[in-house]
Design a protein around this ligand. Structure first.
Ligand code: HMG
Length: 470
């Protein structure tokens, strides 16, 4: 069953798809791509190591994503309204960038509350208890403290075991992938001892109001349970193409809430990184079976379109709709439907694309191989692959995947601009005395049976962040 999205979102996605298919994209790649895997590569020490890690994972029944869920703030902005306010043609945002709506965080929502919501949803969907988690990694570039990680707040809010390894990873949008691949290695190495890893990618993407980056904002979190014998996607363990280069394409100095970016250069860096990581992956991977679908990091949908064109060019194949199964509409578009309604969520963006793909057509993809491309500015990238597990569709159907997008508040432009102004002081506002007094009485815990959610109340006199559960 191919799932289509109801209402305006579906209609607009249809328009977006058409325009993207019509576009021609100049490829800016400057780096040479490695040729398809030569026979001799399979005998290299790298390949031998990859094979032994893969064998360890296979002995465990495979390692990968057992469950996945996302969370977004309660409010969003229509990009057509933002375009009108900025004096820009609406098609520039909806087709030129490929984004329809951006999730916008309110004062009681922050990367901790978003992470907690996504984690709460994934634990409920998986049927696992917090006691089964042995590793909790939060990937983020929206840290709330230079020292205390979001993972610690999450540990308290979820009631994770004290014997759990807990930390935060940062490398721009690559931070979540760093966490995921770390968890896979932890399981393949035998350190998990039957436990699962909880990986949460959480971010609020902010650029200066009125800047070129403004329509590429967003906010949200994606949580994944990673385990042996995964029920959704088994990853090809040990087989991953990496790429890194010291570039200043996008950065956020410690004193700033909104990011600075060399926008067009960042697009070139992303595509160069794809060429590099994909070339490395091809040296290691089994190329006999083509990738049925590929999910890309999605700062905005149009860039996934450009990425797909580049990969087709590197593979020497036609990417046009006329080329049938090789086309963007088949291989990539279903993965862009949820991101188009949320915007860029940085670390979680690739995994929201994966969830969008599974939500759209998990049944068709069971036993099929899919590619994953993660990019983090600065920069680091990785290309890897996995296989959708038999039975994945039933699990996805049992989840109310799109629930976070229902009943959201549509912001007016003045409401949005006021929220952005308040952002400046959100981290310093004093919590009400009643909440501040609760610190030291032990962590508040989200009950898996209830729908109660964490909210950020402000800070206490010692500048500790205070959360309540309501
Ligand atoms: P811009 O200069 O305002 O836009 O900024 P543009 O003039 O390049 O136009 C964008 C597209 O809209 C173009 O398509 C236009 O042709 C088209 P393209 O040529 O690229 O195919 N267009 C129209 N289409 C239809 N109807 C119209 C129309 N007008 C124009 N009327 C830019 C765009 C992306 C640079 C800006 O929004 C920006 O700086 N965004 C932030 C940076 C970003 O997202 N970079 C992505 C790569 S880096 C990355 O992914 C990492 C990141 O996630 C951070 C991290 O790792 O932590 C960002």
């Amino acid at each position: 069953m191919r799932r289509v999205f109801a209402g305006t979102a579906f209609a607009l996605v249809g328009a977006h798809k058409f325009t993207l298919t019509e576009d021609s994209v100049p490829i800016m790649t400057t780096l040479p791509i490695s040729p398809a895997a030569p026979d001799s590569a399979s005998g290299s020490p790298d390949c031998a190591l990859a094979r032994s890690t893969a064998a360890a994972a296979a002995a465990l029944g495979g390692v990968g994503i057992d469950a996945i869920a996302f969370a977004v703030p309660r409010s969003y902005l229509e990009l057509t309204e933002l375009a009108a306010a900025r004096g820009v043609a609406p098609e520039k945002y909806t087709s030129g960038l490929g984004t329809l709506q951006m999730a916008i965080a309110g004062p009681e929502e922050d990367p901790v509350t978003l992470a907690a919501q996504a984690a709460h949803r994934v634990l409920r969907a998986s049927g696992r208890s917090p006691a089964e988690i042995g590793l909790c990694i939060v990937g983020t570039e929206t840290a709330v403290d230079h020292s205390k990680p979001i993972a610690s707040y999450l540990h308290g809010l979820l009631g994770l075991p004290r014997s759990c390894r807990v930390f935060e990873t940062k490398h721009a949008c690559f931070g979540g992938t760093a966490g995921l691949l770390n968890a896979v290695d932890w399981i393949a190495a035998g350190s998990a001892r039957g436990r699962a890893a909880l990986i949460v990618c959480t971010d609020i993407a902010r650029y200066t109001v009125g800047s070129a980056g403004e329509p590429t904002q967003g906010a949200g979190a994606v949580a994944m349970l990673v385990s042996a014998r995964p029920r959704l996607v088994e990853l090809e363990v040990g087989i991953s193409g990496s790429y890194a280069l010291d570039v200043h394409d996008f950065w956020r100095p410690l004193h700033r809430k909104d990011a600075l970016v060399d926008g067009h250069f960042s697009v070139q860096c992303y595509l160069d990184a794809l060429a590099g990581a994909y070339g490395q992956w091809r040296l290691l991977a089994d190329e006999r079976e083509p990738l049925a679908r590929t999910c890309y990091h999605v700062p905005y949908g149009k860039l996934a379109r450009k990425a797909h064109q580049l990969r087709c060019q590197l593979d020497g194949r036609d990417d046009s709709a006329a080329a049938g199964p090789g086309s963007f509409a088949v291989e990539v578009e279903p993965s862009l439907r949820l991101p188009a309604q949320v915007g860029n969520i940085y670390t979680g963006s690739l995994y929201l694309a994966l969830l969008s793909l599974l939500y759209s057509e998990a049944a068709e993809l069971e036993n099929k191989r899919i590619g994953l491309f993660s990019y983090g500015s600065g920069c680091a990238a990785e290309f890897f692959a996995g296989r959708v597990r038999p039975g994945a569709a039933a699990l996805i159907d049992a989840m109310d995947v799109a629930a976070p997008l229902r009943d959201r508040h549509r912001l007016t432009i003045p409401e949005y601009e006021q929220l952005r102004q308040n952002d400046l002081h959100a981290d310093q506002r004093p919590a009400e005395a009643i909440h501040a007094a609760a610190v030291g009485q032990g962590p508040l815990t989200l009950d898996l049976e209830s729908q109660r959610q964490a909210r950020f109340c402000g800070i206490d006199p010692k500048e500790r962040r205070i959360y309540s559960v309501q």
